[in-house]
Design a protein around this ligand. Structure first.
Ligand SMILES: Cc1cc2nc3c(=O)[nH]c(=O)nc-3n(C[C@H](O)[C@H](O)[C@H](O)COP(=O)(O)OP(=O)(O)OC[C@H]3O[C@@H](n4cnc5c(N)ncnc54)[C@H](O)[C@@H]3O)c2cc1C
Ligand code: FES
Length: 507
């Protein structure tokens, strides 16, 4: 199954940057070339600060290039929940900062002359089941408390029946991959040196100087920013930000594609929007989220989205299917700022499905912190906050779940099949000569065998049949079937296992 996003073709239009091959010194090292890293690199460059951006693969390799590219003031964690957990001031700060974030992106696109199909649209959160009305009305009420401009309506232009909807004006759509390509292009020959295929594998700090290892070279920096979606190595925030997968399809339909953004109130919710690609209009439908490593038959989620789309639209063909990971924070708001217990090491995580706005907001905040300035939105996202009441339920649920799956995987979850029985595209944890081995067969029938023990903190990986990857349920690390790292927080590959052991087992 091809699981490249509709925006992936754009990544071929990004300038190509060489890998780091010799030791280098810089003021700020940014790790990660997604929307957070590229926006921060742009801000630092505009402020005359020298930086190095190290990207493990290519610009847009992470979730930014696999998102659904809408920019909203509404958030996945409903405002009614944020209000009851954090109070009026912080909730208003979140709403106001998100509107400012969208304005900032729009302005940056103009200032840097980036062609990325940015367009202002309206957004509708809708109830299509009577039992959802009360929650929708509560959201309307809370939006009023924080002066977020919304309208309660039962009249939308959506070609599917809704009972009631909240209309948010001044939302936007764009092409996030084209946006970061444009930022990267503007950084060629600037004070920011970008290196692709440069995976950071170690960070040490001694008397205020960071020595970072990447590609066998070292980067010495005064400040380091982990713009890697989730902090690398062990970080306490990994116990407060939990990995989920979300799915998207793009389909051609009979009739007009909807103009605006729409999202329902199911749990997990679905969203609908449109885009144009190579002269064709596409309907985009997303959702069907679940926790990483908790489903093997992930391709079923695409079927679920297709059937959702077909119930509501006259679908002609589904031309793109893709999925990616995101991180839910324990209290519903992102963590942005200095890493807890570390000075001059910065993090930005827990964006949920709202990171195309939170990423640039994180860049604005971290840019200010690096320059010793205060940021008026910092209090809402302070990475060192302790919110026991708001975090406790999810903290215990998610971390107990990790312990449970750690124990279950160490003592069970092993298939008695042999590699020969695997179909191309299938992967299983097999018992080979008394040892657990993660075995997968690629499309050409070649068998790949690796250790199932995640190199981050030793949970066991699970197979993801849509992406044909090994995914770790604990903190979301993803590995290809040959063991190489696709996403962190892990930085080292899964240990390869001898194919001889497999042949021995077959005898
Ligand atoms: C399916 C889906 C749809 C979404 N749609 C939307 C949307 O419409 N609107 C919205 O606001 N949000 C959306 N989100 C969320 C949003 O896309 C993300 O929050 C955002 O893209 C995160 O950006 P980032 O730059 O922080 O991380 P990423 O884009 O993941 O970038 C991190 C980068 O770090 C690199 N990296 C990792 N480890 C290392 C290492 N050791 N060394 C060097 N580099 C490393 C990776 O290769 C990657 O390129 C969506 C999420 C999903 C899953
Ligand atoms: S990602 Fe942390 S143990 Fe695997």
């Amino acid at each position: 199954m091809n699981t490249d996003s509709i925006w992936k073709e754009e990544s071929g239009k990004c300038p190509v940057f060489a890998a780091l091959e010799k030791d280098i010194e810089t003021e700020v090292l940014i790790i990660g070339g997604g929307i957070t890293g590229l926006t921060l690199a742009t801000l630092l460059n505009d402020a005359g600060i020298h930086s190095v951006l190290a990207e493990a693969s290519h610009i847009g390799n992470g979730t930014t290039g696999m998102s659904s590219c809408h920019l909203t003031t509404q958030i996945d964690t409903q405002y009614s929940k944020v209000y009851s957990d954090f109070g009026e001031e912080i909730t208003a700060m979140v709403a106001r900062s998100r509107a400012e974030g969208i304005d900032f992106i729009e302005q940056l696109i103009k200032n840097k002359s980036i062609n990325c199909d940015f367009k202002r649209v309206a957004g509708y959160q809708y109830a299509d089941k009577p039992e959802q009305i009360a929650d929708l009305e509560a959201e309307y009420r809370y939006a009023g408390y924080i002066d977020l401009p919304v309208e309660l309506t039962d009249n939308t232009d959506l070609p599917i029946p809704v009972i009631k909807a909240l209309k948010f004006d001044n939302q936007a759509v764009f092409n996030a991959q084209a946006f970061i390509n444009g930022l990267a292009e503007n950084l060629v020959n600037s004070k920011c040196q970008i290196f692709e295929n440069t995976r950071v594998t170690d960070i040490r700090e001694d008397r205020g100087i960071f020595t970072v290892t990447a590609n066998g070279t070292t980067v010495r920096a005064l400040k380091v920013v982990m713009a890697t979606h989730i902090p690398l190595f062990f970080n306490v925030l990994q116990t407060l930000a939990f990995p989920y997968i979300s799915y998207v399809i793009a389909a051609t339909i009979e009739g007009n594609t909807p103009e605006n953004l729409y999202w329902d109130m199911d749990e997990p919710y679905h969203y609908i929007r449109s885009t144009e690609f190579n002269g064709k209009k596409y309907l985009i439908v997303g959702g069907a989220d679940h926790k990483v490593g908790h489903e093997e038959e992930t391709s079923e989620r695409f079927k679920e989205l297709e059937s959702y789309a077909r119930k509501k639209f006259n679908v002609k063909s589904v031309d793109f299917k893709w999925s990616a990971e995101f991180y839910e924070s324990a209290d519903g708001l992102p963590f942005i700022g200095e890493s807890p217990f570390s000075k001059n090491l910065f993090v930005a995580t827990g964006f949920a499905g709202d990171g195309l706005v939170y990423g640039p907001l994180a860049a604005l905040i971290i840019n200010d912190l690096i320059q010793g300035k205060t940021n008026k939105n910092y209090d809402a996202y302070d990475s060192t906050r302790i919110t026991i009441a708001a975090s406790m339920a999810d903290f215990f649920k998610e971390n107990i779940d990790n312990v449970r799956s750690f124990v279950a995987d160490k003592f069970g979850n092993v298939s008695e099949e042999t590699p020969d029985n695997l179909e191309p595209g299938q992967g299983k944890i097999l018992n080979l000569n008394g040892e657990k081995v993660a075995v997968a067969k690629d499309a050409n029938g070649e068998v790949h065998a690796v250790s199932p023990v995640c190199t981050h903190l030793k949970c066991n990986v699970h197979y993801n049949n849509a992406e044909q990857t090994w995914d770790c349920p604990c903190h979301g690390s993803r590995f290809s079937i040959d063991g190489s790292v696709v996403y962190g927080p892990a930085v080292d590959p899964l240990e390869k296992k001898e194919i001889v052991a497999i042949s021995e087992n077959k005898k």
